[in-house]
Ligand binder design. Sequence first.
Ligand SMILES: Cc1cc2nc3c(=O)[nH]c(=O)nc-3n(C[C@H](O)[C@H](O)[C@H](O)COP(=O)(O)O)c2cc1C
Length: 344
Amino acid sequence: MLGKSKCRKPKMVKKSQPLIKEAYQFSVAPMLDCTDRHFRVLMRQISKKALLYTEMIVAKALLHNNRKRLLDFDEIEHPIAIQIGGDDPKILSEAVQIAEDWGYDEVNLNLGCPSPKVQSGNFGACLMAYPDVVAKCIDAMKKNTSLPITVKHRTGIDDLDSEESLLAFIDKLSAAGADRFSIHARKALLNGFNPKENRSIPPLEYEKVAKIKQSRPKLKIELNGGLQNQDECINALKTFDGVMVGRAIYSNPLIWQHIDEIFFGETEKKITASIILKGLIPYAEKHLNRNGRLWDICRHSLHLVQGVKGARIWRKELSLKAQNKNADLSVLEEAAEHLESAGL
Ligand SMILES: Cc1cc2nc3c(=O)[nH]c(=O)nc-3n(C[C@H](O)[C@H](O)[C@H](O)COP(=O)(O)O)c2cc1C
């Protein structure tokens, strides 16, 4: 038996006073294996307004591999930014054109991923050591699209971690035409830590990012890294042009149920775990019809219910049933009804 949710509503702001106007000002960070199209559709049951990012897609793969599998998304996912990785201006410029033709709203270049695999391809965070190369990439991308070209990077890498080098990096990319900077506010140690450690061990450096914003008030600077809840985002928006949240949303999407009213001034609407699951049913039907598996969607839904009595059993049951390769819509419907009857 599932118990009642203890989820509290955070402090509200008046509906008539949106804190922000543009989608990018509140975004859900790109996360490999997490922010796929199914999770993004789940997020859209919570926020119609926030900017959503794809997982990182290697630019070269877009030129050669199955584009439909890599690029397809549902109309409801707008506004949506594609994140790509690469270091070759020609390939990147072709990739942005493909992304524009596919209907994406923005293109983001990954300059923050420290994984050895990404480094061996010479893209991601290691490119922070090569501002001239990145500037050429941005320039080529800008010339081939009318979409905003944005970048996501760290505060530094290895010994290249001074405020001066960060500012010089940003200035170079800005001169090349980068439209926005999402800064994961910690440096990455490329040979010291694995990607997971690089997301938690180097300390957060909000002050350093704030100084960048103070030095370059005209640039659009978004803060990313460690933001845990809506109040922290409200606070960060006093300094920065936008906030980008990753793990805290993926691991507990429902605590972000008031994004649209708090940040975008939308009318309050009721969002519960069962409403979200029910909202996913038409999408799940389409996915099953194109030979997708129910688990692709349900695996992201498990985090919707936590901190209440019976949550573990509900998650276990949904996992067991949805992982069956023949699982049909009734599994999702039953899971939603179960929650609804518990008032969740
Ligand atoms: C599982 C996972 C996968 C990630 N994949 C990407 C990625 O593909 N591209 C990227 O730029 N950052 C990626 N990141 C980093 C996040 O976008 C974000 O910068 C980082 O988690 C810090 O933000 P947070 O503290 O709000 O989670 C990933 C993070 C996680 C946890």
